[in-house]
Design a binder for this molecule. Structure first.
Ligand code: 5AD
Ligand code: SF4
Length: 485
């Protein structure tokens, strides 16, 4: 998980409300412009898209930069330290823009959304009184009303409660004009009841809640109708999914996946992020039996030391994780794995760290994310005894990342010469090339026609380049075209 800026597509979509109306009798509807900056996980990226959907009926289309925007939303992440500082430094920059626009008689609504908004609440507008709206991740369906109130109100609008209604019941269908992406995210579950010692998510995203299966399936159908061929189901604890099924019973993630796999045109399904304790038999069996379920799993273990796992409140041992991986690989022998690791959790000794390194060697990861422990206010681990010195955390992180990098390189090198099915997602790096994703989520590029976009095509992996694989098409599509002509 890395911090990333995410701006909405620069040009207004064809069907967005526009000043160029041909009906002279109608009052032209003002096109307002929205700029979003998104930090954090895929769920925040998904949420930003839904906030844009909610605002589209008010006439908001995408703005290329904050200086062109009538509204700027910062969608924030609170998972690791300095999140709040980053938000305030970005707000400082936006304040200057807001004042410059005001001098030209233009209004700019500034909103802070996401987990920092949830955690800091009114403190944000105390420190940055020029912020108009502060909204938590559970309230973005109320954005239009907040925008209306922000126009009228003298003070800021703050909405960080956990409303009784489920926001998913109030969201409009994703704007038809949204980019026709071959891959899409779909949130099925939010929140977490696990309370790992280090983590703010149970406090910022609240208790675990699953979307009804019918609502997920309807959204998946819409995404597929708009061109999606691969859907990644999102949730902070996605394999704890237990949404109400159309039969009135609770559906597990395995049940949901099997149902989604029946959607015509949906070729690939992934899900993230999972907790080892929620990897049940039914889900493991789905990996063996549902071809659309991809053989790549992000299954964070955090540490390989039983002592640290207990202190983290993960409620499983390192060997239980090893056995789980064995079961997954029995079900799906080519299963590739990814994980998150934290080094320097309070109390972590050199021997504990070595146990993590041993677990990494035993499992073999295709990739992983790793972090230095950072105390999060209000979490049980913050202020716990046994703080690990920063320099020691740095050393452990560097050693762990070197091992993971080695495993990732080995994994990619083993792919050379193999034949994979690749989902073509669009243009490749160079003119005449197309790019796509392997079943193991590697970027793959090759020569080929753009017409293959959206199709799953067998390719032969020919070589490695930095962070991607190069390949060649096994079937010559040009020959096929001639044959069918
Ligand atoms: N310090 C460091 N890393 C953290 N993560 C979550 N909270 C913290 C923290 N306080 C990491 C975990 C989690 C990932 C999303 O972020 O590894 O799986
Ligand atoms: Fe945080 Fe994941 Fe633990 Fe939940 S399971 S508390 S989201 S690390």
């Amino acid at each position: 998980m890395s911090l990333s800026d995410f701006a909405l597509p620069p040009s207004p979509p064809a069907s967005a409300p526009s000043l160029c109306v041909t009906d002279k009798t109608a009052e032209p509807r003002r096109l307002r412009r929205l700029h979003m900056i998104t930090w954090g996980c895929q769920m925040n990226v998904y949420d930003s898209g839904r906030m844009a959907d909610v605002l589209a009926p008010l006439g908001y289309g995408p703005a290329e930069s904050p200086a062109d925007a009538d509204m700027v939303i910062l969608n924030t992440c609170h998972i690791r330290e300095r999140a709040t500082d980053k938000v305030f430094s970005e707000l400082g920059r936006l304040r200057v823009i807001k004042e410059a626009r005001a001098a030209e008689g233009k209004e700019t609504i500034l909103a802070v959304a996401g987990c920092v908004a949830q955690a800091e609440g009114a403190y944000i507008t105390e420190r940055a009184p020029f912020v108009d709206i502060v909204l938590g991740p559970q309230t973005y369906h109320r954005l239009p009303e907040m925008v209306a109130r922000a126009h009228r109100a003298a003070g800021p609008v703050i909405e960080t409660d956990f409303p009784v209604e489920q926001k998913f019941d109030f969201l409009p269908e994703a704007a038809a004009a949204e980019e026709r992406a071959v891959t899409a995210f779909l949130t099925v579950q939010e929140g977490c009841d696990k309370f790992c010692s280090f983590c703010v998510v149970p406090y910022t995203r609240g208790a675990e809640a699953s979307r009804p299966a019918a609502s997920v399936i309807a959204e998946a159908r819409r995404l597929v109708a708009r061109g999606a061929r691969e859907i990644t189901l999102l949730g902070q604890n996605v394999n704890a999914y237990h949404g109400e099924g159309p039969d009135g019973r609770d559906w597990s993630l395995a049940r949901l996946v099997r149902s989604l796999a029946e959607i015509d045109g949906l070729l690939r399904i992934r899900y993230m992020t999972s907790h080892p304790r929620d990897m049940d038999e039914a889900l493991i069996a789905a990996h063996a039996e549902v071809p659309a379920l991809m053989p790549f799993l992000h299954l964070p273990v955090q540490s390989g030391s039983d002592r640290v796992l207990a202190a983290m409140n993960r409620r499983h041992t390192a060997d239980e994780y090893r056995r789980l991986i064995d079961r997954l690989r029995t079900a799906r022998p080519d299963m590739a794995l990814s994980s998150d690791f934290i080094v320097g959790h309070p109390g972590e000794t050199e021997a504990d760290f070595e146990a993590t390194m041993q677990l990494i060697r035993d499992v073999g990861f295709a990739q992983a994310y790793s972090f230095k422990y950072s105390p999060r206010p209000g979490t049980p681990a913050s202020g716990a005894p046994g703080a690990v010195p920063e320099a020691e955390k740095d050393r452990r992180l560097a050693a762990l990342q070197a091992l993971i990098r080695q495993q990732q390189d080995d994994f990619n090198a083993r792919c050379v010469g193999l034949e994979f099915d690749v989902l073509i997602t669009g243009p490749g790096r160079h003119p005449g090339q197309i790019g796509g994703r392997s079943p193991y989520l590697q970027a793959v590029h090759m020569d080929g026609p753009q017409a293959l976009t959206g199709q799953v095509i067998p390719v032969k992996i020919q070589g490695l380049s930095s962070n991607s694989l190069s390949a060649s098409l096994i079937i010559n599509p040009f020959a096929q075209e001639r044959a069918s002509a």
